[in-house]
Design a protein around this ligand. Structure first.
Ligand code: UD1
Length: 352
């Protein structure tokens, strides 16, 4: 019996694989590597001392996806595969709909065909749209503001319909707030393509000297210091949330959404000063205009996850900043300097 992890080579996926393996689960990973590197999976093996099979394919590749279900006894799926850049989703929406939605539909069809109906889905606080009613509970109104957000919202809705059609489906929709930080070993972390869009990877790239200064998008929000407030959550806490959700769906049926956040909001300036204090690096910054589409304040009410999953985030922002910096400073080029595929003979299946 194995857990299939889609998008397992990505930032959240690789940390989730480590937690699953450490907890004794067998895993099978599928990832098309469009925005990730197989090197992360080699490091998952290095950190856990455990092997697993990796399929470098896209979810839209139906025959190869079917092979996975034919060749493995898949018990449950953790579905993280998807494109996630907000700005890009606005310029190439069809790519987002094809990849995220069509890919998910292929996955669900094959799960149905093989009678696998337990799934943890990587959703996002983005499904709350521009709601500024904080803290945000799971029953807040939904409404995404861009194509990326709409793919997450639509996949949630598709899964709710699946459950209506067959109540034996067991589905956890995990709505992540702002994942940051890295594995404490410094071996796994976030490795964005090009110039980062998100705050923490931008800060670490300024800290290492790759980017000159941080631009802070607006200082006139109704927040503690005028800069945007978010609920940052350590990626290892987030990964552990997937395990708790998995344990839950193994023994129940239904469809439930859970906020995964700390419940604490921090402003951009608070993040900058915390990063400077715990790492000793200076982050030059300049305040500019608001980024279109941004809201002032967004943080979770995570009590449902605590009550129903027994999950509470453990790590604070000091640890998030320290771990993000350890990752960035020990991997200045991310995963790119490694030549992972040298010894691969069968490109359809790799034993990590
Ligand atoms: C963004 C996405 C959201 C996605 C999430 C993933 C947008 C509008 N939203 O959320 O859909 O789920 O990432 O983590 O892109 N900031 C700066 N300077 C920067 C970068 C960010 O000041 O260079 C500020 C932002 O204005 C915001 C905060 O830092 O107040 C966090 O920004 P970011 O990390 O991009 O996350 P979100 O915008 O919350």
């Amino acid at each position: 019996m194995a857990v299939l992890v889609t998008g397992g080579a990505g930032y959240i996926g690789s940390h989730t694989c480590v937690e699953l393996l450490n907890a004794g689960y067998d895993i099978v990973v599928v990832d098309n590597l469009s925005n990730s590197s197989a090197e992360s999976l080699l490091r998952v093996t290095e950190l856990t001392g455990k092997e697993f099979e990796f399929y470098p394919i896209s979810l839209n590749n139906r025959p190869d996806m079917e092979d996975i279900f034919r060749n493995h006894k898949i018990e449950a799926v953790i579905h993280l595969a998807g494109l996630k850049a907000v700005g890009e989703s606005v310029s190439v929406p069809l790519r987002y709909y094809h990849n995220n939605i069509s890919g998910s539909i292929v996955l669900f069809e094959i799960m149905h065909a093989y009678a696998v109906n337990k799934i943890v889905f990587s959703s996002s606080a983005t499904v709350y749209g521009s709601s500024e009613q904080v803290p945000i509970t799971e029953d807040a109104p939904l409404g995404a503001t861009n194509a990326y957000g709409r793919t997450k919202f639509m996949i949630e809705e598709i899964m709710r319909d699946l459950h209506v059609s067959d109540p034996t489906w067991s589905i956890a929709l995990l709505r992540y707030f702002n994942p940051i930080g890295a594995h404490e070993s410094g071996r796994l972390g976030e490795d964005p393509n090009g110039i980062p869009n998100n705050l923490m990877p931008y800060i670490t790239k300024v800290a290492i000297g790759e980017l000159q200064e941080l631009q802070i998008y607006g200082c006139d929000y109704e927040t503690v210091d005028g800069t945007g407030v978010r609920d940052y959550i350590h990626v290892v806490d987030l990964a552990q949330g997937h395990l708790k959700a998995l344990e839950k769906i193994m023994t129940t049926s239904g469809v439930e959404a859970y906020n995964l956040g700390t419940g604490q909001g921090y402003s951009v300036l608070e993040m900058v000063t915390t990063f400077e204090r715990v790492t000793g690096r200076r982050i030059p910054y300049r305040i500019t205009t608001r980024r279109p589409g941004d809201i002032g304040m967004c943080y979770s009410d995570p009590t449902k996850a605590e009550r129903e999953l027994g999950w509470v985030a453990q790590k604070g922002i000091d640890e998030m900043c320290i771990d993000a910096w350890r990752w960035q400073s020990s991997n200045p080029d991310g995963y790119q300097d490694e030549d992972t595929f040298d010894e691969v003979h069968n490109p359809k299946l790799i034993v990590m």
